[in-house]
Design a protein around this ligand. Structure first.
Ligand code: B3K
Ligand code: ZN
Length: 881
């Protein structure tokens, strides 16, 4: 708990560590009543530090007791050191020494889930970013890299499996039914990559033969009840290992690679060296219990954590301001992997949707920060969409600018030059420059300036000269602490379409012989004009193809142009985007008048989409999804949430009625006869079928109801069962809804991952009764305040997805959220701070909502003993009033 005003930490204050740790020898004695942690640090003065300070400072947090301190084997007297709540200072140390520290901690009472804690009876750790200091006193910063030897001792019956990083080098029995295992990790690592697991777990084994012919032992550890849910993660892991060899030339380094699943986890997973720990929901899957979406998410998270072994572990971050060095790059790597495993266009659409809906919102709100922030109060708050997703886009743009081969040269140089080091985003960019000779100095602004660039595009056609001109103005909005930004270097991919939908050559000069049909224009000025020659007709522009940069584009598209692009653009992403823009335009036009009819052009376009079975069905499945409410809110100036909800529902209803027969045909056409498989094609078909079903139930279609109830009863997989359940929950068929919810729960109540989905379907539905339902779910016997997944699936989904209920006029949704944040602030500040997010956007809304959101924030601000995590988010959100 906080005892003083949280301090701001600045990048400009970075200093090299005064002392380094070469080796750490740890011994954990694990008991029911707590854990005794012995550590011996082999330390020496850092030759690169300019400090002459003789004292040594170590970080600590929430340590129950310091039991002893020794220097070179000699116990230190009380006056030789000073221990406070967050520091241990040894007044005088030599240039080289061994420091022994013994602490007592209580993992069983650790509800923050940082450091060492207990989940379903097992011990596990989460040390990134600053959790290691909750285990023992240590220089807890990523640029201190040490070799670890870890001995774990525990009761042999309760904890037969004892794991840590590296290789197991020794094991044996002890007195009183206890045993021990010692692990040694030959690779120096920062302590945030340390991990320990002790539990009664089953082991699943496989192996992988690397590119140089080494056999790697692959092991998964899960609770016995989950032993049948490991195959998908294991297969994903092997695919990721092969892919990283083929695409980046990266081979795995240790002899063992382990994955553990735990139920109580603050985020998705953690890339600890050789011992990745996963939230159960991000690793366990079976056909009966996990949806296609979950299968895909698991594949990408398993790959993400594995890829960190190089981008994060072998080459790590110098300080936490450089977080995107490992996260942005690794997200980019996992997104390339997912694109290669499935449909690249669909993956691009998913990534762009996430960016445009949530990251753009973050980047224009009070927590907006650059990809490389300049300051923070609590680093945990900076595991953001900006660091991860925008960071990924920045790496993608470097690849677009350099080309695939040059980018690979750059990444090879980066890994070779910095292997075993803790480095900066600037080192990454420099490796790209040095390997290729490109100048990326202006490009670096992407790391330094926050805010989403806005591109305003104008065009002009000169018929007599056969010239088409595109003028692109860029502006970057002000964000907290940053104004008057410089223009950025933006790769802007374009194509031009002729009247028949054919691609026209892009001649940037009269005698341009290369003239491709798809070109990346490089924007570097505030305003840039490009002239395309040799055009005998006015073309339709296809702008920002494949979403080549994380920017907003403004161009006065007509509905005719959008309909045309929707069916003709060879760029799959822009086809989808044209459909979204058309739908946004139609929905927005209903906001004001209310009585305006839904444009028949939209129906026509969707009818064509549903009829054409020659189209990539995965793309059609995406195109059929109307823009989400969250996206419509993000696009609006002062959004009126109930009005947006109503307008979107009206369009949906109108389209479902007009296209009823096509939807039924689509449903039947996509019924899959064979056995369940997770291939892009079958995923697309299930998605189409379930979208068709959802639309039919939206208008309470009788045939749709019959299809939903039989699909619910007969499905052999969770995608179809949950699809039917969701359709029923969002329909007016109350009896069927209640029956389906009850039978679903009865069948799956002992499976936490399925129960989480059952919670989400209800908390995210605008038809199930809003807050009353949320309270009911929170009182449900399986709801657990200590389990982040349950909190997210009820409270998080309510505030993030059930938007009409959350933004209910009287402000009850806001007050409810504030109450839960205050409640969680003491037990799990990290989760509490994440939950605050929807309220931070209060300035975006008209006063009727905004004022109530602000008051909810103030009620959180006024809680006594507010955690640093929540303090930072709330104070920054309220700042400047
Ligand atoms: N690196 C971890 C995230 C740790 C979050 C700490 N609050 C997972 C990942 O990005 O792979
Ligand atoms: Zn990561």
């Amino acid at each position: 708990m906080r005892t003083s005003q949280p301090q701001t930490i600045y990048l400009k204050d970075y200093r090299a560590p005064v002392f380094l740790v070469d080796h750490v020898d740890m011994r954990f004695e694990l008991f029911e009543s707590g854990a005794r942690v012995h550590s011996v640090l082999s330390m020496r003065r850092n030759p690169d530090s300019d400090s002459a300070d003789k004292s040594l400072e170590l970080d600590g947090d929430s340590l129950t007791r310091l039991e002893s301190v020794s220097l070179d084997g000699n116990p230190l007297e009380q006056d030789a050191y000073e221990d406070s709540i967050d520091k241990l200072v040894i007044h005088q140390v030599p240039d080289r020494f061994e420091l022994g520290v013994v602490t007592w901690i209580e993992p069983q009472n650790n509800t923050r889930l940082e450091g060492l804690y207990k989940s379903s009876g097992m011990f596990c750790t989460q040390c990134e970013a600053e959790g290691f200091r909750c285990i023992t006193y240590f220089p807890d910063r990523p640029d201190v890299m040490a070799r670890f030897r870890t001995r774990i001792e525990a009761d042999k019956t309760l904890f037969p499996i004892l794991l840590s990083n590296g290789n197991d080098v020794e094991k044996g029995d002890l007195e009183d039914g206890r045993h021990f295992v010692t692990w040694e990790d030959p690779f120096p690592k920062p302590c945030y990559l340390f991990a320990l697991v002790a539990g009664d777990l089953v082991e699943k084994r496989d192996s992988f033969n690397t590119m140089s012919g080494r056999d790697i032992d692959l092991r998964m550890y899960v609770e016995p009840r989950n032993s049948e849910k490991c195959d998908h993660a294991m297969e994903s892991l092997k695919r990721a290992m092969r892919w990283d060899e083929e695409v980046y030339g990266r081979e795995y380094d240790l002899d063992i690679f382990m994955i553990v699943a735990v139920d109580d986890f603050n985020m998705g997973a953690m890339e600890n060296k050789g011992l990745n720990i996963f939230n159960s929901s991000c690793v366990l899957a079976s056909q009966e219990t996990a949806t296609d979406l979950a299968f895909q998410r698991i594949e990408s998270i398993v790959a993400h954590e594995y890829f960190h072994n190089w981008s994060g572990n072998r080459v790590t971050c110098r300080d936490w301001f450089q977080l995107s060095l490992k996260e942005g790059f690794t997200v980019f790597r996992d997104s390339q992997f997912s694109a290669d495993m499935g449909s690249p266009t669909v993956k691009r659409i998913e990534d762009a949707t996430m960016l445009r809906t949530a990251q753009f919102a973050e980047d224009s709100g009070p927590m907006a920060h650059p990809v490389r922030p300049e300051s923070y109060m609590e680093i945990t708050n900076f595991y953001t969409l900006t660091i991860y997703e925008k960071g990924c886009e920045v790496v993608r743009m470097i690849r677009t600018l350099l080309g695939a081969d040059m980018f690979r040269k750059g990444s090879d140089l980066y890994f070779e030059r910095h292997d075993g080091q803790a480095v900066t985003t600037d080192d990454f960019v420099r490796a790209m420059e040095d390997a290729t000779g490109r100048d990326l100095s202006q490009f670096r602004l992407w790391y330094e300036q926050a805010g989403t660039p806005e591109l305003t595009v104008r065009d002009q056609y000169d018929e007599a000269a056969g010239i088409y001109r595109l003028t692109i103005d860029q502006a970057i909005p002000d964000t907290p602490g940053q104004t008057n930004k410089k223009p950025q270097h933006i790769p802007f991919a374009v194509g031009l379409l002729g009247a028949e939908g054919e691609s026209l050559p892009l001649k940037l000069a009269v005698d341009d012989v290369e003239a491709p049909v798809d070109r990346v224009l490089e924007l570097t000025e505030t305003s840039h004009t490009f002239e395309f020659h040799g055009l005998s007709e006015r073309p339709t522009p296809s702008l920002l193809r494949d979403f080549s940069a994380p920017v907003r584009v403004f161009y006065p598209w007509t509905r005719e142009q959008l309909t045309f692009l929707m069916s003709h653009d060879p760029d799959g992403f822009n086809r989808w985007d044209a459909g979204q823009r058309l739908a946004v335009d139609v929905i927005s036009s209903l906001l004001g008048a209310g009585s305006e009819a839904v444009d028949p052009g939209l129906i026509k376009a969707y009818r064509a989409l549903l009829a054409d079975s020659s189209l990539d069905q995965a793309l059609v499945a995406k195109m059929l999804q109307l823009p989400s409410e969250a996206y419509l809110i993000e696009l609006a100036e002062k959004p009126n949430v109930p009005a947006i909800h109503k307008a979107r529902e009206r369009v949906l209803e109108h389209m479902a009625r007009a296209l009823r027969d096509e939807l039924l045909a689509c449903y039947h056409r996509n019924t899959i006869a064979g056995s369940y498989e997770v291939t892009p094609e079958s995923v697309a078909r299930r998605s189409l079928r379930n979208t068709a079903l959802a639309w039919l139930l939206h208008i309470d279609d009788e045939e749709g109801r019959a299809l939903a109830t039989s699909q619910f009863a007969d499905a052999d997989n969770m995608t179809d069962r949950l699809g039917a359940l969701r359709a029923l929950v969002n329909s007016g068929y109350e009896q069927e809804r209640e029956q389906a919810l009850t039978s679903f729960y009865e069948r799956w109540k002992s499976d936490p991952q399925v129960v989480e989905q059952w919670f989400s379907v209800q908390s995210g539905s605008s038809r199930t009764g809003g807050l009353r339902k949320i309270h009911e779910l929170m009182e449900h016997p399986t709801f657990d305040w200590k389990n982040p997944n349950k909190i997210r699936s009820v409270i998080g989904v309510f505030a993030g997805q059930n938007l009409p209920a959350f933004h209910e006029e009287e402000g009850s949704g806001y007050r409810f959220l504030a109450e839960q944040v205050r409640r969680l602030d003491d037990s799990n500040p990290q989760i509490a701070a994440r939950l605050v997010s929807p309220l931070t956007r209060w300035r975006k809304f008209a006063p009727v909502h905004g004022d109530q959101m602000r008051m909810a924030l103030e009620s959180i601000r006024d809680k006594s003993g507010l955690s640093r995590d929540v303090y930072e988010v709330v104070h920054k959100s309220l700042a400047g009033q």
